[in-house]
Write a protein that binds this ligand. Structure first.
Ligand code: 3PG
Ligand code: MG
Length: 402
């Protein structure tokens, strides 16, 4: 970032993705995304710049308080302490809107503190519309602009995309996180090591259609787990009880299976499931063949035979992508499949495979298993990573290259 220029006393607007989970007292419960942005912030800070951080938090305009105002849980003030602890530096929070000229004086007069956090970018109606007037106001606060918000790079918003127009190429740059994300995810698109195995889980096929379609041209094996597997099993004529199923996607599921076989892509579905009569951690559960689940029972995790099948496919691959859990891993009775996949990925990495993980649930699982450092790369983007693998150009990336 701006290696050849003296950035001492320059103001640098950095768009980060501090959209982190909070508990009911508004404490940060997972600071992964904050920690991921620290190297960029500290590099510029250590070189003498004044840092102005912009981020969104949640979707405040879609969840207004009864009086029409913003709910306190959406204020970025909630993350100041965590950010300051993670940086080991003071952070000044300024709640004055960027549309108010008074903000300039406040930014000038922060004393020795040179790291400033502004209020939620989604408090402005223009943010999600990519409004140029708003973007120009944000841009005018800095001499330079850095985009390190990979998690939000799939949104064409004022602070993620439009703002970049107001800086020429010598005055804007990706941050270190953005660079790392784009180069690691690009590997599964442009630098495929074979066999390449993609593992997809989660509840719905409908969320992953484009992803599966694009992977049919790239992967050697596709493993499907989680709730979405049952739509495929039912499409093939299996009996799935009351397991999750998208009835309107049965034809599509058959079509994807047929296309996989035409293209010679191995399509692996679970062969057994842990099933329960209730969607809870309390009920009795047993293992059943995946296509023979009794009426009134639902599959909530993959079984041991599926774990072995998937593990073998993973350990014989040289590149592995994982998005989405294998079961309802929030329930301890049904977390085993997801954790076994996490440890298979760690083993594969140790054997020299490139392993990439993204998406809130799989990232939570890998960190719960303590294996974040045992895989090649954990993305901070769920939606952004998926859209990139779907083959889309991310607006937050494109805007920096214009
Ligand atoms: C995310 O967590 O998905 C990103 O921060 C983007 O947020 P959004 O999905 O609300 O646009
Ligand atoms: Mg999202």
């Amino acid at each position: 970032m701006f290696e050849s220029v003296d950035i001492r006393n320059k103001k640098i607007v950095i768009r980060v993705d501090f959209n982190v989970p909070l508990d009911s007292s508004f404490n940060v419960t997972d600071d992964t995304r904050i920690r991921a942005a620290i190297p960029t912030i500290l590099d510029l800070y250590d070189r003498g710049a004044k840092i102005i951080l912009l981020s969104h938090l949640g979707r405040p305009l879609k969840d207004l308080a009864d009086d029409g105002g913003f709910k306190p849980k959406y204020s970025l003030k909630n993350i100041v302490k965590t950010l300051s602890d993670d940086l080991g530096k003071d952070v000044v929070f300024i709640s004055t809107p960027v549309t108010d000229d008074g903000i300039r004086g406040e930014i000038e007069h922060t004393g020795d503190s040179r790291i400033i956090l502004l209020e939620n970018t989604r408090f402005y109606k223009g943010e999600e519309k990519g409004d140029p007037e708003l973007a120009q106001k944000m841009a005018s606060l800095g001499d330079y602009y850095v985009n390190d918000a990979f998690g939000t790079a799939h949104r064409e918003h004022a602070s993620t995309a439009t703002i970049a127009r107001y800086f020429d190429k010598d005055h804007k740059s990706f941050g270190f996180l953005m660079d790392k994300e784009v180069s690691n995810i690009s590997k599964v698109l442009d630098d495929i090591q074979r066999p390449f195995c993609a593992i997809l889980g989660g509840a719905k096929v409908s969320d992953k259609i484009k992803l599966i379609e694009n992977l049919l041209d790239k992967a050697d094996k596709i493993i499907i787990g989680g709730g979405m597997a049952f739509t495929f099993i039912k499409a093939k004529g299996g009996h799935i009880g009351k397991s999750l199923c998208e009835e309107d996607k049965l034809d599509l599921a058959n079509d994807l299976l047929a296309r996989a076989s035409e293209k010679g892509v191995e399509f692996l579905l679970p062969v057994d499931a842990k099933v329960s009569e209730t969607f809870s951690d309390e009920g009795l559960f047993v293992t059943r063949p995946i296509d023979d689940i009794p009426d009134g029972w639902m599959g909530l995790d993959i079984g041991e035979a599926s774990i072995s099948l998937f593990e073998e496919a993973i350990l014989s691959s040289r590149m592995i992508l994982w998005n989405g859990p294998m079961g309802v891993f929030e329930f301890s009775n049904f977390a085993h499949g997801t954790f076994e996949i996490a440890s298979a990925l760690a083993k594969a990495t140790q054997n020299g495979a490139f392993t990439l993980i993204g998406g809130g649930d799989s990232v939570a699982a890998i960190s719960k298993a303590g294996l974040e450092d045992a895989v090649s790369f954990v993305s901070t983007g769920g939606g952004a990573m998926l859209e990139m693998i779907e083959g889309k150009i991310l607006p937050g990336v494109a805007a920096m290259q214009e």
